[in-house]
Structure formats: C-alpha cells, structure tokens
Write a protein that binds this ligand. Sequence first.
Ligand SMILES: O=C1C[C@@H](O)[C@H](O)[C@@H](O)C1=O
Ligand SMILES: [Co+2]
Length: 293
Amino acid sequence: MTIKLGIAPIAWTNDDLPELGAENSFEQCISEMALARFTGTEIGNKYPKDPDVLKSYLAPRGLNVASAWFSVYLTTKSYEENVPAFIEHRDFLHAMGAKVIVISEQGHSIQGLDKPIYQDKPTFTEEEWDKLTTGLEKLGELAKEKEMTIVYHHHMGTGVQTTEEIDRLMAHTDPEKVSLLFDTGHLVFSGEDPLEIYKKHHSRIKHIHFKDIRKDRMAVVKESKMSFLDGVKSGVFTVPGDGMIDFSPIWKLIDENDYEGWIVVEAEQDPAKANPFLYAKKARNHIKQVTGL
Ligand SMILES: O=C1C[C@@H](O)[C@H](O)[C@@H](O)C1=O
Ligand SMILES: [Co+2]
C-alpha cells in the first residue's frame, strides 16, 4: 500500500455537534468527496450500517473506507465491558476492507463537555495508565485476528494529548499491538511540535489526520476558556492550507520515512460558514501543491 488520500465526513455533518450540517445528506457528502478527488472516507452517523449497502454507495464514487473512530473506556470500565462494541466495530471495518481501527480513550475525557479545554484536561493516575496500556494491547491482539491494527488517536481534552503523554503511551505498549494516529491539528492546538512527534514515533504511525488551525481563533479559545466543541464552532480547525500549519516539513518527514497508509483530511468547522465541498477542494489543491499527490 502506498499513500492514499481520504476525507472525513465531519466537515459535512458533525457527529459531536449534530446541529452542524444536519441539512447535508449522506449522498451529497460522499459525492462531493469524490468530486474533490479523494478516494477514501471515514464514517459518519448518516452512513448506512450494513457493509454491503455502504459499499453500493461508495464503490460507484470510487471511495473506500479508510477507518472509523472508536471510543474506549479502559480507565473507567472493565476491559471486558469494552470488548463487545470493539469486536462489532472491528468486524464492520474489516467487512469494509479497512486495515486500521482509530481508537481513543474517552474515560475522563472532557472533549464533549462544557469545560475549558486548556484548563480542565484530565491526567491519568499510575493505575489508570496501567489499565489503558494493558487494555490497548489486548484490543490490539483482537485487531490482529483480522490482520488489522489499532491506531491510537491522541486528542485535546483527554489523558493522551501532550508530547509526554504520547511518549509514555508509546513506551509502554508493544509496537506489534498498538500503533499511533498522527493528527496535525490536535498536536498544534495542544502546543506540541508535530515534527518532533513524527520524528520520534514514525515507525509507529499507521494513520494520519491532516487538519489545520486558525491561530487567532486558537488564542481566543485559550483566553476565553472555551470548551473543545465551542472552539470547533468558533472555527479553530480548518483544512490544510487555510491555517497556521506549514505542511511542507511535515510532508518531508512522511515522505522520507516511507509512510504507507491513509492521509485523511479531517477539518471540523461549521458547514454553514465553511462550505464543505469548497473547503474539500481547497484541501485537495493544497495537498497536491505540497506533496505532488
Ligand atoms: O479524529 C477525530 C474524530 C472527531 O470526532 C474528533 O472530535 C476530532 O477532533 C478528531 O480529530
Ligand atoms: Co483526528
């Protein structure tokens, strides 16, 4: 597998904020993805749940499923309680031909809560770290049964957000069982250096989310103690090429390290203010300009 370019439906309809893009239909979303020259998608809640039905919509548009998000609660529930939903998700993605499963610990997460994102981020206790790393390794083994890999999504407002936390997660998990998702937007929003993360963990990175940050909006989120979702509504995220991130050195590292897999544009913002089709095209043009892909 070489590099493939996908785009997430979150710019058309936001599952975390259902009022954003409720008017945009599933077929409009996937048709516009294809028209903007992407060949992959992640999954939104308007997508058909039956793999054959979903394929019947995606195949005529030349789209494949890159992956889909899965929330785990290893720090707040038993491992066993997490397994049935994980297996269902794994099997659905496997039926769709995906190779990686996006996974994020949502125990203690404030990403969906009305709490200041910079001030109230959780940190895990030693015991919670242990539950997280051992649980992830076991889920990684379940993924391997289907020749798939879990890719951990570091995320604002969670216990795995900062460089130190990402380093710790990588150091305490088996590379054969747990891989990493590299999300440019979350790293810059958190104040991390994406180049440092890529350099350190390139051998673990098996999935990439490209999103950009509007610097002025990020400052407002910080100063006015906004929640994550209020930050999204205020436009903190945008597509590559429309914000403060320089994707050229990031691309250089991706290319030099022979990355294989999906790069998915994932830029949640209000579709009423940022037309998803036009922003998808803007992202695609910027990626072409920076990477040649
Ligand atoms: O991968 C992601 C999935 C979304 O639901 C999330 O909130 C977003 O910020 C993200 O990076
Ligand atoms: Co992401």
